[in-house]
Design a protein around this ligand. Structure first.
Ligand code: TRP
Length: 347
């Protein structure tokens, strides 16, 4: 059992469930005519000027977007959260046995999901280090976890985990267990995913482990509804991006002239989310004029899916050796444990 001696907590309310772990969006309450976030403005203006049109997914997650995402995770069609949790619950003892006691759990993302307490209860860690680019989310979720795990030392790190980071010296030489749930890795291209995995390996170091959730390729009659639910919550989540542009960037996009589209791209093995113009539209954002013809789309998100071998190959390409793997009975989702170890030279 680990020596738990100190709980670090900072003020804040209960955090929302998962959001894009690479999110760098400000989550301040929206004010009309507040100073626009220059990075948001630049991404939107550039994204609508290139072909195909695309806006980075991280801008989904303003306050409203984060709430809608939380709702998505409870939808009957959105199997990912539910199935990943069930795998964690069913295999907690195995996971704990393979990861060993008294590890420092390093979560890539603020740990606001309901999965974090499941893992922390299972593995009896010596410390918990959530890493997130948003200090606000980090403080909120650290506070919520400190309430639940009063004995566990929590050392939040505010930073961009796409690049190698320095871990808090307080964790000492405890073995390190990275945690990256939610198939967030799937929201990146394979090239970006490999870069991220390598950065994670650099952050936690050789000999460390990583528990990562990766969604599997499956029939489109299951995949599509997960990203286009009957109640229209995912549609609202996608369309909220246009509302956000209007609110924060002085836009007059006719939101009702766009519809949410989720499609499976088999060549890229991914679900794509788009906003499709239902008729010819023209509008302005911060004084810049744009026109989109009927049927054209703004690409807003990718969610790559991996077959069992694909997932292991991705991990190897990212400097991680898979050591164990757990799935649900139907093989919908995989939790993979991997170790950062030197790859032997080719024979
Ligand atoms: N990584 C999850 C997924 O790809 C969460 C997610 C990111 C998501 N963006 C989304 C879910 C947009 C629904 C809609 O499913």
């Amino acid at each position: 059992m680990a020596a738990w001696n100190q709980a670090t907590s900072r003020g804040g309310a209960t955090a929302c469930e998962a959001r894009a772990r690479t999110n760098s969006a400000s989550n301040a309450p929206e004010r009309v005519h507040s100073t626009p976030n220059p990075a948001f403005r630049a991404d939107v203006l550039a994204g609508l000027s290139t072909r195909p049109r695309a806006i980075p997914a991280r801008w989904f997650y303003d306050r409203r977007g984060s709430e809608l995402f939380e709702e998505i995770t409870h939808l009957p069609e959105y199997y990912l959260t539910r199935v990943e949790r069930s795998i964690l619950v069913a295999h907690a003892a195995d996971i704990a046995e393979l990861t060993g006691p008294a590890a420092a759990v390093i979560e890539f993302g603020s740990g606001s999901s309901a999965k974090t307490p499941l893992l922390l209860s299972a593995v009896a860690p010596s410390a918990y280090v959530p890493i997130d680019i948003s200090g606000e989310f980090l403080r909120e979720s650290a506070a919520a976890l400190a309430d639940q795990f009063p004995e566990l030392p929590i050392y939040p790190v505010e930073g961009d985990f796409l690049h190698p980071l320095e871990l808090p010296p307080e964790i000492g030489d405890a073995p390190r267990l990275g945690f990256f749930p939610g198939s967030t890795i799937g929201n990146m291209s394979a090239a970006a995913a490999v870069d991220l995995l390598r950065a994670m390996a650099d952050t936690v170091g050789q000999g460390s482990k990583l528990l990562i959730g990766i969604d599997r390729i499956k029939p489109t009659n299951v995949l599509i509804p997960a990203y286009d639910d009957a109640q229209g919550v995912t549609a609202e989540f996608n369309l909220n991006l246009l509302h956000r542009i209007n609110r924060e960037l002085d836009g007059n996009l006719p939101v009702s002239a766009f519809r949410h589209v989720a499609r499976w791209n088999d060549t890229e093995a991914r679900i794509e989310m788009h906003l499709e113009a239902t008729h010819d539209v023209s509008f302005a954002i911060d004084g810049h004029p744009f026109a989109i013809s009927k049927g054209k789309t703004i690409h807003t998100e990718n969610s790559h899916k991996y077959g069992p071998r694909d997932a292991r190959l991705l991990l190897r390409a990212g400097a991680w050796t898979p050591v164990a793997e757990w799935t649900d009975r139907d093989g919908q989702f995989a939790l993979i444990l991997a170790e950062a170890r030197p790859v032997p030279a080719a024979p």
